[in-house]
Write a protein of this length. Structure first.
Length: 108
C-alpha cells in the first residue's frame, strides 16, 4: 500500500518534470523569422511547408512527409543525420527530444 502510493507519487513527479517547458532559447536564436521556420504548429505540419522559408534541399525532398513524433524525434536527436548538410545542428538525448516534442505540441 505505502509502496504503491510512493510509486504513484514518483510517477506524478516524473510526469510533471517531463511536461515542464524545455528551454527554447537555443532554438529561438535561429527560429525567428525570416531565417528559421516558426516552431508554433510545427508538430504534425508538413515538412518544409512554410512558404517564406528557404529550406535546405534535403528537407524539401521530404516535403511529402509530416513532422510526426517519429520524424521529430529522429531530427532532434541527430539533425545532421536526418537532414545532412542543412543548417540546423541539434543533438538531443531521447528524453530531451520527447520533452521537446511534447512542448512543441502545445505551441499553436
Ligand atoms: C543553427 C540554427 C538553428 C538552431 C539552433 C535550431 N534550428 Fe531548427 N531549423 C533551422 C533551420 C535553418 C531550419 C530549416 C531547415 C534548413 O534549411 O536547414 C530548421 C528546421 C527545423 C524544423 C523543421 C521545420 C519545418 O517547417 O519543416 C524543426 C521542427 C526544428 N527546426 C526544430 C528545432 C528545435 C526544437 C530547436 C531547438 C532545440 C532548433 N530547431 C534549433 C535552424 C536552427
Amino acid at each position: 500500500m505505502r509502496k504503491g502510493l510512493g510509486t504513484l507519487l514518483l510517477a506524478a513527479l516524473i510526469a510533471t518534470n517531463a511536461s515542464a517547458a524545455p528551454d527554447l532559447t537555443t532554438c529561438q536564436g535561429c527560429h525567428t523569422p525570416p531565417f528559421g521556420p516558426p516552431l508554433e504548429g510545427v508538430a504534425g505540419r508538413k515538412i518544409a511547408s512554410v512558404p517564406t522559408v528557404d529550406y535546405c534541399k534535403v528537407l524539401k525532398a521530404k516535403s511529402g512527409e509530416s513532422w510526426t513524433d517519429a520524424n521529430l524525434r529522429a531530427f532532434l536527436m541527430d539533425s545532421q543525420g536526418f537532414a545532412p548538410g542543412c543548417s540546423m545542428t541539434v543533438k538531443m538525448s531521447g528524453s530531451e527530444a520527447d520533452a521537446m516534442i511534447a512542448y512543441l505540441k502545445t505551441l499553436h
